[in-house]
Design a protein around this ligand. Structure first.
Ligand code: SF4
Ligand code: SF4
Length: 194
């Protein structure tokens, strides 16, 4: 049976979402012609349910919800190998960044929502203490993710080797760190930052 050719139209693509990704990433989703060179060089492709070239293909086919609900965007290590290898100058690393941002903003269901949770707690610690507080990060993560026993045996070992601290003081320059967060928020409100 002869296969029917699929034409990419604005409707097929869900142009509103593709426009957002292209604006945030500064690169073209439409330009990808599916050569697969990005996925062939991606060190994380084997962990992803959709390798990098398929992420772009799904975008082209308007299947963005499948990407945001999956784990591929969270397993991307931002190494930029894909962008370097692309013969068509598609900056796939920037597309992955944009997709993570859109997933973060949507706060939608994600198979890797634990990654989002860890990211949120990480930022929250930086904002509260002006530095990372691993003990708190691990404890709050376990409670919020419902995995109360996760890495429980690792904690005492890390504590005994001085790799973890039970208590943390705040960074004395915390007001400067708060200023950075405030500036980013102001820029976002003005549409000057993603
Ligand atoms: S290397 Fe570039 S053109 Fe080829 S599949 Fe990847 S993004 Fe598309
Ligand atoms: S930037 Fe992400 S998608 Fe691109 S090669 Fe690196 S890990 Fe893979």
């Amino acid at each position: 049976m002869k296969r029917k050719k699929m034409l990419l139209s604005n409707e097929t693509m869900n142009i509103g979402f593709v426009d957002k990704v292209e604006a945030l990433s500064g690169t073209s989703v439409r330009r990808c012609f599916q050569c697969g060179k990005c996925s062939a060089g991606c060190p994380m492709a084997s962990f992803m349910e959709h390798p990098p070239n398929r992420v772009v293909r799904l975008l082209q086919l308007g299947q963005w919800e499948r990407i945001l609900a999956g784990r591929s965007i969270w397993y991307c290590a931002s190494c930029e190998t894909c962008a370097t290898r692309c013969p068509n100058k598609v900056n796939l690393a920037a597309i992955m960044d944009a997709l993570r941002k859109l997933s973060w903003d949507a706060d939608g269901p994600s198979k890797e929502s634990f990654v989002q949770l860890a990211n949120r707690l990480f930022i929250d610690n930086i904002r509260t203490y002006g530095r990372q507080y691993e003990m708190r990060l691990g404890a709050v993560f376990n409670v919020k993710s419902g995995q109360f026993m996760k890495d429980l045996l690792l904690g005492p070992k890390l504590l005994s080797r001085g790799k973890l601290k039970m208590f943390h003081s705040k960074n004395r320059n915390i007001s400067e760190i708060e200023n950075i967060f405030s500036r980013i928020e102001t820029m976002r409100n003005k549409g000057e930052a993603p």
